[in-house]
Write a protein that binds this ligand. Structure first.
Ligand SMILES: [Zn+2]
Length: 382
């Protein structure tokens, strides 16, 4: 089923576990890939400096408090109930002394365990919470349109809704600080663009125009120009990533959250809900030959929480057994309102990339080049 466009001689990085299933990966003379070289050259020094600055978290908290004096909330946090955002709520309230508004977006796929985690943390920390429930008919229509588009990026409809809803709410309610759970400890390797594309509204609209049925009236949207230029420059929006200012060992943090709040981990460490499990564990590897575990594990190898040999062994195991995969496929087809036969017919279509649709890739690239030059963006995009 795999339809890799370019065939090149197989090679795996001698430092992490990324390999030529990323068709644009580049190796140096020692066989070390460009993700690793980028990590050591561009990401690690800045991250280390933040961690060594023991006053940085307190200084940041002071700055946020001073700039939001007299306001009910100092900041907003997009909460999924996963480990990053759950810990972020704790860091904001207890370590930084802020009063964050917790913002939850229900895309229709949220797991019960995630909802329970959210409730436990919000109640224990005595935080206010707002929930936005995305119009399910529009969500369903957009997700089916994406499947029909034959693009790899089936996470885009959900991700865009969550991102756009949060930022639009923050700006329209005058909340200037958005605290994000982004962190170098678990996210220093960003999957290549051919596997995981950007939040490109031009592409989303084009896919929906071609394959959707209704109109997107209520679906939250936020284009890159609005997000990267209009909101920060004209509305004063600021993104702050506190998890890079504290020691962030995911396993220790999970144990802490469980002990302190009765927080529960998801059954599979890499997947947040059934759709994500199916998309990352079945759709991407079976249809495109992309295994996102390579990015997660390479990340862990680089930060030293998993050794390379163990990571290679894990990659040799199947992410996900065939029976669960079949059950998930049937569940998703049913939830999206199509028969299993029709759903499987869609999955057999010819693979496409963002270049097959209208997109704003050049604008995003230009923005990234500028942000990298300003030192505001460290990760490599390609
Ligand atoms: Zn590498």
């Amino acid at each position: 089923m795999s339809q890799l466009r370019e065939k090149r001689k197989y090679q795996r990085c001698t430092c992490c576990v990324m390999d030529t299933s990323d068709s644009k990966i580049v190796f140096d003379e020692k066989g070390v890939c460009d993700y690793c070289n980028d990590y050591y050259k561009n990401i690690l020094p800045g991250w280390k400096a933040k961690l060594e600055d023991k006053e940085l978290l307190a200084r940041t908290a002071e700055e946020i408090k001073n700039n939001t004096a007299g306001q009910k909330y100092n900041c907003i946090i997009g909460m999924s109930g996963g480990v990053d955002s759950s810990y972020l709520c704790y860091v904001a309230k207890e370590l930084m002394g802020l009063n964050p508004l917790v913002y939850v977006v229900d895309t229709g796929w949220n797991l019960k365990v995630a909802d329970e985690n959210i409730k436990r943390i919000v109640e224990a920390l005595e935080l206010d919470m707002v929930t936005d429930t995305v119009d399910w008919e529009e969500m369903r229509d957009l997700q089916l349109a994406f499947l029909r588009s034959q693009l790899p990026y089936q996470d885009l409809p959900q991700d865009h809704a969550i991102f756009a809803s949060l930022y639009n709410y923050a700006v329209s309610h005058g909340i200037k600080y958005v605290l994000t759970g982004a962190n170098s400890a678990t996210e220093c390797i960003r999957p290549p663009i051919e596997w995981v594309y950007q939040n490109d509204l031009t592409l989303i609209k084009d896919v929906h125009r071609r394959f959707g049925t209704g109109k997107l009236k209520n679906f939250p949207t936020c284009g890159m120009i609005k997000y990267r230029l209009y909101y920060p420059i004209f509305k004063g929006m600021k993104r702050v990533a506190p998890l890079d200012m504290v020691e962030y060992d995911k396993e220790k943090v999970k144990a802490f959250l469980t002990e302190r709040f009765g927080w529960q981990p998801y059954s599979n460490k890499h997947y947040e809900d059934i759709f994500t499990r199916w998309y990352e564990g079945c759709y991407l590897p079976e249809k495109f030959g992309y295994d996102k575990r390579k990015c997660y594990l390479s990340n862990e190898v680089l930060v030293g929480t998993v050794d390379r040999e163990a990571a290679i062994k894990e990659l040799e195991t199947v992410a996900y057994d065939k029976e669960t995969m079949r059950a998930d496929t049937a569940f998703i087809a049913d939830k999206l309102g199509v028969s299993l036969e029709e759903f499987e017919e869609i999955l057999r279509g010819e693979n496409k990339t963002y270049a097959d649709y209208k997109n704003s890739w050049w604008v995003i690239q230009l923005g990234t080049i500028i942000l990298r030059a300003l030192g505001a963006e460290k990760k490599k995009f390609r």
